[in-house]
Design a protein around this ligand. Structure first.
Ligand code: SAM
Length: 232
């Protein structure tokens, strides 16, 4: 997969093209498009059933999770919004993109830029992972929580997983585009994740061949089922 530092990144999705304007010189990492977002969208494009089309469960292990239909979704740490906008084009239409306040101008600029291709201005909201009021204001639960390239600061790992768990419906899924960015954050993230979620790693051969590289992974996380009390 080619990853480019050019000011504009184009992401083709089922005949449409999301165009993302990034600012690699900014102080905030969220003003750049990170490659796992593209890997996640192109994986989903490969397997998502056509909106309104016939169910294609045969030979498609991802048909159910990627059949976005009327699902509610939220993206955490959306940055320029690449993942959310790409998944919107695949049918994830009830979606709110979130990030910290300083990244909002870049996110809003890209949402506006893509209004013609999306035929809609996507919802966006400020959300800091440790802010319970902002989480509650989004009215969880969500069927899908999207997050790409968000694990890179050890101190943020706990709040990120707490936010994911607070936002996610009992039977919902987290779609996670992932690459190791910090060994400490990586170790802690998976240690805590194992206690909160059932973790499914998408085999590399199921990623989009043109949008895959060794270090990038897609994970599907589901909340662990609470054990029923004995005798009930
Ligand atoms: C490496 S960027 C990835 C951006 C985008 N998801 C992508 O893949 O292009 C990480 C994102 O997480 C956001 N982020 C980091 N810490 C956060 C926090 N505590 N609360 C909310 N967002 C946070 C950053 O602002 C940034 O947009």
């Amino acid at each position: 997969m080619k990853f480019t530092e050019s000011p504009v990144i184009e992401l083709p999705v089922r005949g449409a093209v999301v165009s993302l304007q990034q600012d690699n010189g900014s102080f905030h990492v969220g003003t750049s498009v990170w490659p796992c977002s593209l890997v996640l969208v192109k994986f989903a494009e490969r397997w998502a059933p056509l909106p309104g089309g016939p169910p294609t469960t045969t030979n498609n292990p991802y048909a159910q999770i990627l059949d976005f239909g009327s699902k509610r979704a939220v993206e955490l740490g959306a940055g320029c919004g690449a993942a959310g906008m790409g998944l919107y084009l695949l049918g994830l239409t009830d979606l709110v993109l979130t990030d910290i306040a300083p990244v909002m101008p870049a996110l809003k600029r890209n949402v506006k830029r893509n209004k013609p291709v999306l035929a809609k201005t996507l919802k966006h909201s400020v959300l800091y992972w440790n802010n319970a009021d902002q989480i509650a204001a989004l009215r969880p639960p969500f069927d899908v929580v999207v997050a790409t390239d968000v694990v890179y600061i050890e101190e943020s790992v706990g709040p990120l997983i707490d936010a994911m768990a607070a936002l996610l419906a009992t039977d919902g899924v987290v779609l996670l585009g992932y690459q190791v960015r910090s060994l400490e954050a990586h170790k802690l993230f998976w240690e805590i994740c194992e206690t909160v979620f059932d973790i499914e790693k998408v085999p590399h051969q199921d990623l989009h061949p043109d949008y895959a590289y060794e270090e990038a992974d897609v994970y599907v996380l589901r909340k662990k089922k609470k054990k029923e009390k004995e005798g009930e």
